[in-house]
Design a protein around this ligand. Sequence first.
Ligand SMILES: [Zn+2]
Length: 265
Amino acid sequence: MNYSIYLLPDCITFIFGLCIGSFINVCIYRLPREDMNIHHPRRSFCPACLEQLRFWENIPLISYIFLRGRCRSCKTSISLRYPLVELISACFAVAVSLKFGLTLTGLIYYILLSSLVIITFIDLDYQIIPNVISLPGIIIGFIASFYLPGMSGQESFLGILIGGGLFFLIAYVFVKIRGIDGMGMGDVKLLAMLGAFLGLKGVMFIIFISSVIGTLSGILVMIQNRSFTLQQKIPFGPFLSIAAMLYIFWGEVLIIKYVLWLRGI
Ligand SMILES: [Zn+2]
């Protein structure tokens, strides 16, 4: 029996994910820069020598391997991040299609995950979360909540209110007491967006999990720096994004396990 026919849809989904990953790379590179946008310049180029890329140099993953990670013109090495982002996007596409099927629900979650990949890498580079993603994301998430299983407009609204509102309050109090901007408003808007897509339960899960991951990472950084004061600001967007990803794929299972553990079962 020929099993390869069963793998064909997953292969197509994987290639689709790679192509979207290529677009995600463009967004990560261009969105924070004021002199360019998604449409301009039209063609992709090498960031080092500004040489325009030819068609065959722009194929996701393949071109990186074929060019051995170097620009054809100036031989500057291309960041490993480009193929990595393409791979992450492709894995998400396959994972979403396996969990939710080729459905509207799957597509909505894939769009959300892709936005989180963009947000994560921009936050790591610039310590900002672009409004151009988070603000429309709140509205799109609210509309999507009418289609997503286990979600409703009311649940989405509560998610926005508690996610955005609660964190806004924390950020506000932090600025008043400590006089420093500990939690950026970008994180607040991102949490409102996640609340819109994933509801109140999702927001609670994300706040809890991201705090755990954030604290552990903070301790690791302190050990690495051999200093017990955390001076440098750690971007929080990636932690929120990882927590949201965990919720989409394993949220229900993890919550049930946690409740059983609390009850000592
Ligand atoms: Zn170059």
